[in-house]
Ligand binder design. Structure first.
Ligand code: MRU
Length: 342
């Protein structure tokens, strides 16, 4: 299979490598990913993470396994196993549906290779288009707040919400980005802070609980987040803490934008209540661990609630920025969300 390089995936000598997102920013460690079991482990531990990237890494691994001669029945089983690895981000299901169609072709090995490479290429383009549309909404001199990580680490391209921030920065419109640290797994503090630093975008890191007072002081001009699944009515599942930001932005009359590729939209899911929300281990809340070390502060047996995502209702969203363009709340009220997307 041809070589390729993204910020967080590498394909060379017919091997897939992933940039370990648990080791960043302390260490830049590339890990080989040779089997379905290995990839599922990387996904479960969030070494590979972010809605688009999960789907792309699964598709590339399947194509490699097909080229290595894995029998069709085993590839079918691999599709099922990978699909079950994380439940919320629908990009994984969408990409695997396309790989399944390729597997159904008479010449399924080249079909799967072509499809996986096409998905990567498409994702890059989708990111660029989202950035073009989103940057038009950014006012000169903006102080923008973002949550979790939505950049090149989470996609094959420049990212979704971070792609918008980058494009707006290139246009000279960004004064500063406020980066939510994003408890419990700190994707903001560890990954977004690192990426914005690499990109030369001025940022300041805050604890999630500081967003309210910043907004009250008039220091946030807009909020930009990504999405893991967007329901047919415009409700959005994204990293836990997104909903609180949307409520805060609404109270302070600050625009709240969601940036995502159309592969994050799930027309079969009627509303946010129907989106499956992944529940994660208690240890993520009772302490922290990573390449910086580990520490537990809560009682080891503390009962914990740890949903990885929450749902922001459509009524709190000022605009859905897709690769195809921006969908406005008015369009959603008129019930043309689906049509506008097509
Ligand atoms: O649990 P994670 O780190 O995979 O969650 C990621 C997010 O919630 C992102 O905002 C979303 O996947 C969009 S990434 C372009």
């Amino acid at each position: 299979m041809q070589s390729l390089n993204t910020t967080s995936l590498t394909l060379s000598d017919n091997r897939l490598w992933i940039l370990d997102q648990q080791a960043l920013p302390q260490e830049k460690q590339w890990r080989q990913c040779d089997s379905v079991e290995e990839l599922v482990d990387h996904i479960l531990t969030l070494r590979v993470r972010g809605a688009p990237l999960i789907g792309l890494s699964a598709s590339l691994l399947l194509a490699l396994l097909a080229e290595r001669g894995l029998p069709r029945e085993e590839l079918e089983q691999a599709l099922v196993t990978l699909r079950a690895s994380r439940p919320t981000a629908v990009n994984l299901m969408n990409n695997l549906d396309r790989m399944k169609q390729a597997l159904a072709q008479p010449q399924w090995v080249p079909a799967m290779v072509e499809e996986a490479l096409r998905l990567v290429k498409e994702d890059r383009k989708l990111c660029d288009r989202i950035a073009d549309h989103g940057a038009e909404l950014v006012q000169p001199g903006s102080r923008l707040l973002t949550h979790c990580n939505t950049g090149g680490l989470a996609t094959a391209g420049i990212g979704t919400a971070i792609g918008v921030l980058l494009r707006a920065h290139q246009q000279g419109k960004v004064q500063q980005v406020w980066v939510d640290e994003t408890r419990p797994l700190l994707q903001g503090g560890r990954l977004t802070a690192w990426e914005l630093g690499e990109l030369g975008i001025p940022y300041r890191l805050i604890c999630d609980s500081m967003a309210a007072s910043l907004m009250a002081q008039g220091q946030v001009d807009a909020v930009w987040v990504g999405a893991d699944r967007i329901a047919a009515n415009g409700d959005v599942a994204n990293k836990i803490g997104t909903y609180s930001l949307a409520v805060l932005a609404h109270y302070h009359r600050i625009p709240f934008y969601v940036a995502a590729p159309h592969t994050t939209h799930d027309p079969h899911c009627p509303n946010g209540a129907a989106i499956p929300i992944e529940q994660r281990a208690a240890t993520e809340v009772t302490g922290v661990s990573g390449s910086f070390g580990s520490c537990q502060w809560a009682p080891a047996d503390a009962p914990v609630y740890n949903p990885a995502f929450d749902v922001t209702p459509a009524e709190l969203i000022s605009g859905w920025v897709f690769d195809s363009g921006v969908i406005t709340p008015q369009q959603v009220n008129d019930g043309i969300f689906l049509r506008a997307l097509g």
